[in-house]
Design a protein around this ligand. Structure first.
Ligand code: SF4
Ligand code: SF4
Length: 412
């Protein structure tokens, strides 16, 4: 199971100090592998609330929506143990419980049992993989978007030929630069403002970069719903495209794409591509530190930052987006009570938004209310999926939602 985890209590920041790079987080373990690990779950319910902080605020969108033990991690652990021990059999309802989860990992952060803290995210996916193998998963909506990915390179049922419709007409796509901007499906079709702002920022910085004219979905929605073989197929095709184009470094503006290219391909699917993957906030922050990017436009805004699960808990990137936001003149950054590893999920990931709209909206509304309570002018994120989720669920003018790329563009 990898190195022993450091086990900390009461630091006020992270109780079980999980540093991803120090642990073996590779998967490819059959669900049976986790049988004895899930048995360690004491059904204490600690994973329902923020451990020790924020007045033990609730943390699990699935459990708070389902209001029934199987929807919380403790219940899912018991079901996993019962399945792996042959005590119960798969049913459609059992599969639906496991898909009623955004795999946000907020529960794992609260659990004080090191193996559960570090690995529960693995068996939450492994159970989905098992459901797929046995024909109980994925959900019909996931089947539909997966077909769209294979037919049109995106999960939105949009035409492949319109993927680059947002591109400014004067952008030269003929570069054979080793640096690529991987736009991703949501920025290509739903939040094109992010794609445009990112390209404008890269142009402003005089970066020589390319955008693949045959770019396709990274495969995150397929992997996260347990369709591992299909996710591997997508990953192999993408890696081939990157290699054919001579790409050595990729900038992403989507949290899901970032995590998929950087962690899922090499560590979960064992496809080591050797390409450097950088998320836009870390790229821009570095440019500010070297003096290449100067933000001079004072914005006078009070902002709150929402940690996307795929950047935060999945990848441990909490600080860089905050530093970048704070480098904008005139900006005041105010934190929501549940932040960083304790952030409440926006409810769009893990296939929840497509298959379980009610749960997805429930999670989004709770986060929007939390953001409004900070009295911020806008909620900032660095994931088009989170942004689209907020914009869809914000009522009229209660609070704005912006991507970090749009914010930095405004500050030039
Ligand atoms: S997963 Fe951890 S926190 Fe949750 S019930 Fe089990 S032991 Fe308790
Ligand atoms: S991963 Fe998120 S939604 Fe799923 S059980 Fe844990 S806290 Fe709840």
């Amino acid at each position: 199971m990898g190195k022993k985890l450091r086990y900390q209590r009461g630091t006020g920041i992270s109780k079980v100090d999980f540093k991803q790079e120090e642990h073996d987080i590779s998967r490819n373990r059959d669900i049976i592998h986790y049988k004895d690990v899930v048995y360690q779950c004491g059904k204490c319910g600690t994973c329902r609330t923020v451990f020790q902080d924020v007045n033990w605020a609730r943390i699990c969108p699935s459990g708070e929506f389902g209001k029934f033990e199987p929807y919380y991690l403790g219940g899912k652990n018991l079901l996993t143990w019962a399945i792996t021990s042959g005590k119960i059999k798969w049913t459609n309802n059992l599969a639906r419980i496991f898909y009623h989860c955004s795999v946000c990992l907020a529960c794992t952060q609260q659990c004080q049992i090191p193996e559960i803290h570090a690995y529960a995210g693995e068996w939450l996916i492994a159970m989905r993989e098992e459901a797929v193998k046995l024909g109980y998963g994925p959900m019909p909506e996931h089947v539909k978007y997966t077909e769209s990915i294979f037919n049109q390179d995106n999960p939105y049922m949009e035409k492949r030929s319109e993927r680059l419709a947002w591109l400014p007409s004067d952008l030269d796509l003929t570069s054979d630069s080793k640096l690529a901007y991987f736009v991703g499906c949501t920025s290509s079709y739903r939040e094109q403002n992010i794609a445009i702002a990112t390209v404008e920022l890269l142009n402003y910085l005089n970066e020589d970069f390319q955008i693949l004219n045959n770019e396709s979905c990274c495969g995150s929605p397929v992997f996260m719903t347990g369709q591992i073989d299909k996710a591997r197929e997508i990953a192999e095709i993408n890696i081939r495209k990157f290699k054919d184009a001579g790409i050595e470094k990729i900038i992403t503006s989507c949290a899901g794409c970032y995590r998929t290219l950087k962690e899922v391909y090499p560590k979960k699917l064992d496809l080591k591509h050797g390409i450097e993957i950088v998320h836009l906030p870390e790229f821009l922050l570095e440019k500010i530190k070297t003096g290449e990017l100067k933000l001079t436009n004072k914005l006078d805004m009070k902002l709150t930052y929402h940690d996307p699960c795929h950047i935060g808990r999945h990848m441990g990137m909490y600080q860089q987006p905050r530093e970048l936001i704070q480098s904008v003149p005139g900006v005041e950054l105010v934190e929501m009570p549940r932040n960083r590893h304790n952030a409440w999920c926006c409810g769009s990931g893990g296939g929840v938004r497509s298959a379980f709209k009610e749960m997805s909206q429930f999670a989004a509304r709770e986060r929007i209310e939390e953001a409004k309570n900070t009295t911020a002018d806008a909620i900032i994120s660095c994931c088009p999926f989170c942004l689209n989720q907020f914009k869809t669920n914000i009522n009229s003018k209660e609070i704005k939602a912006l991507d970090i790329s749009e914010l930095i563009k405004k500050a030039l």
